[in-house]
Write a protein that binds this ligand. Structure first.
Ligand SMILES: [Zn+2]
Length: 285
């Protein structure tokens, strides 16, 4: 069975539940474990005492799929580039390993027990298969794009966890939102990076691939913590379209966004973008 391109670690998640319901009820501030960190869980504007860095860590691969995925990820310097992007933009209360490893399943996850992000090598291999089947001219580039977006999805779980953000709604949807928000936010020239826009579009197509391979949506899929794959595809398309309707008009119609959904996407994107601007402001470098 194909796994959606993020699950949090299920064991970690169930262990975390009692603690997270308590902290939601009391709206307790984050309490990072590093003793240098401010006690209120929020750094001062010019604060240098949040000493954490994200640290890439390529682990061993032995199975053919894992070796294939590792080679793809390592040749693209994916973990180094992703760690750099976090270290340039986010204050971290402690070091966070970004682990590439063989998981024997295609997935990626944030583990709140040891504060690690893991990208399973098999997830990249799976993406390569999907984009090859889709007839992409450069399926390796598409697979890396999807891993970039997957990484930022895990970053969504990470920021909710380490900053104890008051996020409402299903966290898997929240994590998809953060991924789209990071990749679609305009740079200094007022435009989003075309490669980043491509990454969200490829991420959306990966869910289309999962949906095609998975067949009919059953009750288990509807009850899952993740929205069904096609829903995640449409959400991502909506946010890309909403971030710049003129430039992304190709996402409306045909097998893609129905006009009814598309009509509200600009407002949906602006609300989401404003929420993340507000939530992350204290933590940006
Ligand atoms: Zn997730």
């Amino acid at each position: 069975m194909l796994v959606s391109a993020c699950g949090r670690d299920e064991k970690a998640k169930s262990e975390e539940l009692p603690e997270s319901s308590v902290s939601t009820a009391q709206a307790a501030p984050a309490s990072p474990t590093n003793t240098d960190v401010n006690h209120n869980g929020i750094p001062d504007a010019e604060d240098n005492d949040w000493p954490g860095k994200m640290i890439p860590d390529y682990q061993a691969a032995t199975s053919p799929d894992a070796v294939r995925g590792r080679d793809l990820i390592q040749q693209a310097h994916l973990l180094e580039d992703m760690a750099d992007s976090i270290n340039e933009s986010l204050k971290l209360p402690f070091d966070i390993p970004l682990i590439g490893k063989q998981c024997d399943t295609a997935n990626a996850f944030w583990d709140p027990n040891d504060n690690t992000v893991t990208i399973c090598y098999e997830d990249a291999a799976d993406g390569l298969d999907i984009y090859t089947k889709a007839g992409d001219a450069d399926p390796r580039a598409s697979a890396i794009n999807a891993e970039v977006a997957t990484f930022y999805h895990e970053t969504g779980h990470m920021v909710v966890s380490i900053y104890d953000l008051p996020a409402t709604g299903r966290e898997e949807d929240v994590a998809d939102q953060l991924s789209a928000y990071i990749l679609l936010t305009p740079g200094p020239d007022g435009k989003a990076d075309p490669d980043n826009i491509r990454a969200v579009k490829d991420f959306a197509r990966e869910f289309e691939g999962y949906a095609d391979a998975g067949g009919e949506v059953d009750d288990d899929a509807l009850a899952d913590t993740h929205s069904p794959n096609k829903t995640r595809m449409y959400n991502l398309e909506c946010w890309v379209y909403g971030s710049d309707p003129e430039a992304n008009a190709d996402l409306v119609g045909g097998d893609q966004l129905p006009q009814d959904r598309a009509d509200g996407c600009q407002e949906e994107y602006e609300k989401m973008s404003h929420a993340w601007d507000t939530l992350l402001a204290p933590y940006l470098k």
